[in-house]
Design a protein around this ligand. Structure first.
Ligand SMILES: [Ca+2]
Ligand SMILES: [Ca+2]
Length: 153
């Protein structure tokens, strides 16, 4: 398991496009820091796109939303596939476990309609957990030299 808790500035994922999302200490699921959507204009969206850690098979994360219910949305996609959509006043919530399959990119978006901003008008994510299977230990491979020695007997 690889967990990104945002408590420091080294991340388990690679940020491809931050879209204004950044570390924030305005809310946190654990510790002091999380990752937060930026101030986003009406009729605009802000997307964070990341590359998952090598070999990761699934992801699960905590999110908090404070937005105009039914109009300003937090959205999450695995690769190009939409997985989650939330709006309104949503306290810290654990997402389902998402299998990654062949996908290597995740996108977290805050998208707003044309009018009204409600609450904190943003989204936070924290404690993003990746399952990274450990390969089974293989039988030691006999060296070529050992095989040659063995073949002489
Ligand atoms: Ca944290
Ligand atoms: Ca709105």
């Amino acid at each position: 398991m690889l967990v990104e808790d945002f408590e420091d500035t080294s991340y388990v994922w690679t940020v491809n496009s931050a879209g204004g999302w950044a570390r924030s200490n305005t809310a946190a699921r654990t510790g002091t820091w999380s990752f937060k959507a930026p101030t986003t204009a009406h009729n605009a969206s802000s997307s964070l796109t990341v590359t998952v850690p090598a070999g990761a098979s699934s992801v699960q994360f905590w999110y908090r939303v404070s937005s105009e219910s039914g109009y300003d949305f937090f959205r999450f996609s695995v690769g190009a596939s939409p997985q989650l959509e939330e709006s309104g006043d949503v306290d810290w919530t654990l997402s389902p476990v998402y299998a990654l399959g062949a996908a290597t990119q995740l996108t977290f978006t805050y998208a707003k309609d044309g009018s009204q901003s409600v609450g904190s008008d943003t989204v936070w994510i924290d404690d993003v957990a990746f399952v990274v299977p450990v390969p089974h230990l293989l039988q030691p491979v006999r060296s070529a030299a050992a095989s040659m020695r063995a073949s002489r007997w």
